[in-house]
Design a protein around this ligand. Structure first.
Ligand code: BDR
Ligand code: CA
Length: 312
């Protein structure tokens, strides 16, 4: 079983992702760590605790992480998409909440890495503030991280929070730059280019809700999220960005990747938070540290996998 840590800002699609991670027989879920993002860290931590309660994983420690980005304060959250409580107004339907660990997110990551007998996968599905802090605090532990799987960025799709930037990278561009361009950990980036193509329709979610109590609970969070994306797509369907990334963390190779260096715009201009992938092929790969960018996948297979894992 691959040891896995999930760093998250739940979030509707984070909830789907955590459900998959909590139930995956392929992984040993060592910890869930929280971060500011879709809503503030107080609420993302409560949501993580409630979700783990629902998923019957009181054995997994939940550690509270950063409440703000490394450098610049944020002026907005994603409560228009995820609701004031981050779970579409349904957070109180989840639980009972598991205990919060007395250890903070980065402490939990450090102790898990120190104790690990094999390389640990870290899946980050919120802003990467905790990951950047870990890398700076304990560079000696980098070699114990087998892989980062990061939901975030956009290579050619454009942004979702600004014209140029994807939400998780925009949420802490300095941290994203540290993680993407400044570490040696083998990294898979799952950007909007792919996740916006793996959508779940309203009908699919109705079917999931019928199929299991867990499916019903997850589907119940969809309303605001669906309204935002229905307006964007012109059809009632939602992307579940974070669940796609977590599937790749659980079963490496689920997504098709292309190696390329990826840097992040940390300027204060309109490009702030944009990810710049260098697609000039082997010439580019020699210039910077290549990241495996997931640009393609079998969307039908992913939907089937999600359904299978969420109804079992
Ligand atoms: C990412 O931003 C958040 O709103 C989602 O949870 C996901 O992690 C998509 O851009
Ligand atoms: Ca998220």
């Amino acid at each position: 079983m691959t040891p896995l840590i999930v760093d998250t800002d739940p979030g509707v699609d984070d909830a789907f992702a955590l459900a998959v991670a909590c139930r995956a027989p392929e992984v040993d879920l060592l910890a869930v760590t929280t971060v500011h993002g879709n809503v503030g860290v107080e609420q993302t931590t409560e949501n993580a605790r409630r979700l783990l309660g629902t998923f019957e994983r009181p054995d997994v420690p939940v550690g509270r992480g950063a409440d703000r980005p490394l450098v610049h304060l944020l002026d907005r959250r994603a409560d228009d998409v995820h609701g004031d409580d981050g779970l579409g107004g349904k957070s109180l339907d989840f639980g009972p909440p598991v205990e919060e660990s007395p250890r903070r997110a980065v402490e939990l990551m450090i102790s898990a890495l120190e104790a690990a007998t094999e390389p640990v996968t870290i899946a980050a599905i919120g802003p990467y503030t905790n990951l950047a802090t870990l890398l700076s605090a304990r560079p000696d532990l980098e070699s114990r991280i087998g892989r980062f799987v990061l939901m975030g960025g956009s290579i050619a799709y454009g942004g979702n929070v600004t014209a140029a930037a994807e939400f998780n990278v925009w949420g802490d561009p300095e941290a994203a730059r540290r993680v993407l361009a400044g570490s040696r950990v083998p990294t898979t980036l799952v950007p909007l280019d792919l996740t916006m193509r793996v959508t779940l329709s309203d009908a699919w979610l109705d079917d999931l809700a019928q199929a299991s109590p867990l499916g019903a609970a997850l589907s119940s969070t969809r309303d605001a999220y669906l309204a935002v994306y229905a307006a964007r797509f012109g059809t009632p369907a939602i992307p579940v960005h974070d669940a796609v990334a977590v599937l790749e963390a659980i079963v490496p190779g689920t997504l098709r990747t292309m190696p390329m260096p990826v840097d992040v715009d940390t300027s204060s201009g309109p490009g702030r938070g944009a990810t710049i992938g260098d697609m000039r092929g082997s010439e580019a790969v020699e210039l910077g540290r290549p990241v495996d960018v997931a640009l393609d996948a079998d969307a039908t297979f992913i939907r089937a996998e999600l359904r299978r894992r969420l109804i079992a």
